[in-house]
Design a protein around this ligand. Structure first.
Ligand code: 5AD
Ligand code: SF4
Length: 458
């Protein structure tokens, strides 16, 4: 029996698909070559923008013929799109051949849903909350070579006015620190070299736990103290909650990367207020400056939305100014998309799509120039690289990443996977550095399962 998972959206979803794969592999399923020939197909969906939904609907539609030919095929739809009010009914109406629909809170019960489906035509289970302890500590069929993802919080309390996440993932819940530390330690023992902590807002970790000692800075410190050489990353940070203490722990650490993904969303105070982001441009820039003073080698990336309701040309120019000031290594740029049930949905002055597109391309062009300059500033320098995998196209070449988050490509033997090495940078473009290994710092004994299409992200 074969399975296939189509994953959409963020890293949180990719990791949850690894958990669903864990359930399926425990039941004896193995990975199919494509969803068309699988016995169980899962769509782990995203709702962040309308474009994601359209793509998912199209992809579910493409299974109609396959299901006709193999009526025993089970199609399950889960994740953020299913969790939205009224969507389970909508999915069934559009695609009556979908067998199982569940949401974001009950993925740990996937095995029960499969069993139930044996006895009834269709299973629809959407709940508002569920004890996280069952979702935690699930078996994870990891797919990611030297990388492993670890949840630290679920949900979000921030209600940024454009965002659907608090509605589909519920209120913020922190995982017990001992569970997180135990999971990371086990992963390091197994040979994983890069751990990324996941939460919608990692900086508010522990706010829902009464003990004052449970906070993000202390969690980072405990993880940094583990007796291994590895890289510790985290996302996503909210600028309103990123504390000086966290920056201090980062600056003094052995393993925490000097890289921050710090979404700013807009460079205009007026728009930030309308977005309910709870910081000003000045406050954000101060945070960047403080971090740079404490870690001169730090690099930043960010998320930016163009065309939020009421965004004028002047507001947009302020965003361009901010990008020029911060000089991000990488930007994730989005056109504002109206989401049902959010505060911004009913705001006046929705921006014309033509203007949104123009602003997006201006922003992308500006960022490309900055990212190229930042990359090229490393030419002639030696950086530490973690060897993460084979180059997808160039035979005999490997890919890796720098502490500060940049991708590097270099010549090397597959045996180097999982090693830390020094690399001399010779060339660079906006996305990638190109160099040569000069010295191995630490090699790895572990045999890695390289990323497969197990969790194919669309
Ligand atoms: N429209 C466009 N972009 C959005 N994001 C969240 N909601 C929306 C929306 N309605 C972006 C934000 C967030 C990232 C994950 O997605 O920039 O940081
Ligand atoms: Fe959405 Fe804001 Fe929460 Fe991020 S912090 S998930 S943008 S509501």
């Amino acid at each position: 029996m074969k399975y296939f998972i189509n994953t959409y959206g963020c890293q949180m979803n990719v990791h949850e698909s690894e958990k669903l794969a864990g359930i399926l592999e425990d039941l004896g399923y193995s990975l199919a070559d494509s969803d068309q020939v699988a016995d169980v197909v899962v769509f782990n969906t995203c709702a962040i923008r309308e474009s994601a939904e359209q793509k998912i609907f199209g992809n579910i539609g493409m299974l109609k013929q396959a299901k006709k030919q193999n009526p025993n095929m089970i199609i399950a739809v889960c994740g953020c799109m299913s969790q939205q009010k009224g969507y389970a009914e909508l999915i069934v109406k559009k695609y009556p051949y979908v067998d199982i629909i569940f949401g974001t809170h009950n993925i740990a019960r996937f095995k029960d849903f499969l069993n139930k489906r044996n006895k009834q035509k269709r299973v629809i289970e959407i709940v508002e909350t569920e004890d996280i302890s069952c979702r935690d500590n699930m078996k994870v069929a990891r797919t990611s070579g030297v990388n492993a993802w670890v949840n630290i919080t679920y949900g979000c309390n921030n209600f940024c006015t454009y965002c659907i996440v608090p509605y589909v993932r519920g209120r913020e819940v922190s995982r017990p620190a001992a569970d997180i530390i135990g999971e990371v330690e086990e992963l390091l023992k197994q040979g994983y070299k890069q751990i990324t902590l996941l939460g919608q807002n990692v900086n508010s970790y522990g706010n829902d736990i009464l003990d004052d000692n449970v906070n993000f800075a202390n969690l980072l410190q405990s993880l940094d103290n583990l007796p291994y050489k590895y890289r510790l990353r985290f996302m996503t940070s909210h600028p309103k909650d990123l504390s000086l203490k966290v920056l201090e722990v980062m600056a003094g650490s052995k393993n925490i990367c000097h890289y921050l993904h710090l979404p700013v969303q807009s460079g205009s105070d007026f728009i930030l207020k309308a977005m309910n982001r709870k910081y000003t441009v000045d406050k954000y820039l101060n945070l960047i400056e403080t971090a740079r003073k404490m870690m001169p080698d730090i690099q930043f990336s960010s998320d930016l939305i163009v065309g939020f309701p009421g965004e004028t040309e002047d507001d947009f120019n302020k965003t361009l100014e901010l990008v020029k000031k911060v000089r991000y290594q990488q930007l994730f740029t989005f056109i504002y998309s109206k989401r049902k049930g959010t505060v911004a949905e009913t705001m006046d002055n929705q921006v014309d799509i033509k203007i949104k597109k123009q602003r997006l391309s201006k922003l992308i062009e500006l960022e490309k120039g900055i990212a190229t300059e930042i990359s090229q500033s490393y030419i002639g320098k030696t950086v530490e690289v973690l060897v993460e995998g084979k180059h997808p196209k160039k035979q005999g070449y490997l890919m890796g990443s720098c502490d500060f988050g940049k991708t590097i490509s270099f010549k090397g033997d597959d045996k180097l996977l999982g090693s830390f090495a020094y690399c001399l940078i010779e060339k660079a473009n906006h996305t990638t550095l190109f160099g040569s290994i000069t010295k191995i710092i630490q090699s790895s004994e572990t045999e890695y399962n390289l990323p497969t299409n197990k969790i194919r992200r669309k």
